[in-house]
Design a protein around this ligand. Structure first.
Ligand SMILES: [Zn+2]
Length: 233
């Protein structure tokens, strides 16, 4: 995926519920994207949403955590029939090219402070990072070791994390330029520190379950979640 920039903002009217009057951003790739060029971006968000739903159930069932939600945006590709003359002038001024039948991406605009909670090799010891770092680990477990989600970025509002444009490192390296394959998975686990939220999640470097002896001790559960319920044994 080439670098893209946020191109426009606005409100979309669409017959489907999700985009009805949704406040959106329009993203443009650096070059002229063809129809289908956003597929991997969309796939990463779709796969993320599927795994996020399972992760929420995992938190509820295994950790008695009900307050956290993780969700991904649902971007769609839009093919441009015709550019308005105003846009053409703006594009000339900003020196980027507009293509005929160019594919752009439309996704909901995230409100609030935009944060990268988990980097490509994330670990951390605050509450937000602990939840999303556990989600990254969960994606490895849930996929049977085929992939791990990284670059978890977006906004948090009242314990609801809304994420966009994640990276996926997969064994067969099929998720685009940011997919660093098995090496990316290894690097993630070299940096990731398991917390109590990772209990019973499999790791590539051992056959057992549960928190791993890492160089750094995992942060105590109470430190991460002083107000949270105790973990279910
Ligand atoms: Zn972990």
């Amino acid at each position: 995926m080439r670098v893209f920039k946020i191109f426009k903002q606005g409100v979309v009217y669409h017959k489907r519920d999700y985009f009805t009057r949704t406040d959106v951003v329009v993203k443009k790739q650096q070059g002229i994207a063809k129809p289908g060029d956003w597929k991997l971006y969309i796939d990463r968000c779709t796969t993320g949403q599927r795994l996020a739903s399972k992760f929420i159930r995992h938190l509820q069932t295994n950790h008695n955590f009900y307050q956290y939600k993780v969700r991904f945006v649902k971007p769609i590709e839009a093919i441009i029939d015709e550019w308005s003359s105003v846009t053409a002038i703006v594009a000339r001024f900003l020196k980027f090219k507009l293509g005929k039948d160019e594919a752009l991406l439309i996704e909901e605009r995230l409100h609030g402070k935009f944060v990268t909670f988990v980097t490509n090799c994330g670990s951390g010891n605050n509450r937000d990072i602990a939840v999303l770092s556990a989600f990254a680990h969960f994606t490895y477990h849930e996929s049977g070791g085929e992939l791990v989600f990284c670059n978890l970025q977006g906004v948090e509002d009242q314990d609801v994390f809304t994420l966009t444009n994640p990276a996926i490192h997969s064994k067969d390296g099929t998720y685009g330029d940011t997919d660093l394959g098995s090496e990316g998975i290894d690097v993630f686990f070299q940096h990731h520190v398991c917390t109590a939220l990772c209990i019973n999640l499999s790791r590539p470097d051992d056959d057992s379950t549960g928190p791993i002896s890492n160089q750094e001790p995992p942060p105590p559960y109470e430190e991460l979640f002083p107000d949270g319920p105790p973990p279910v044994p």
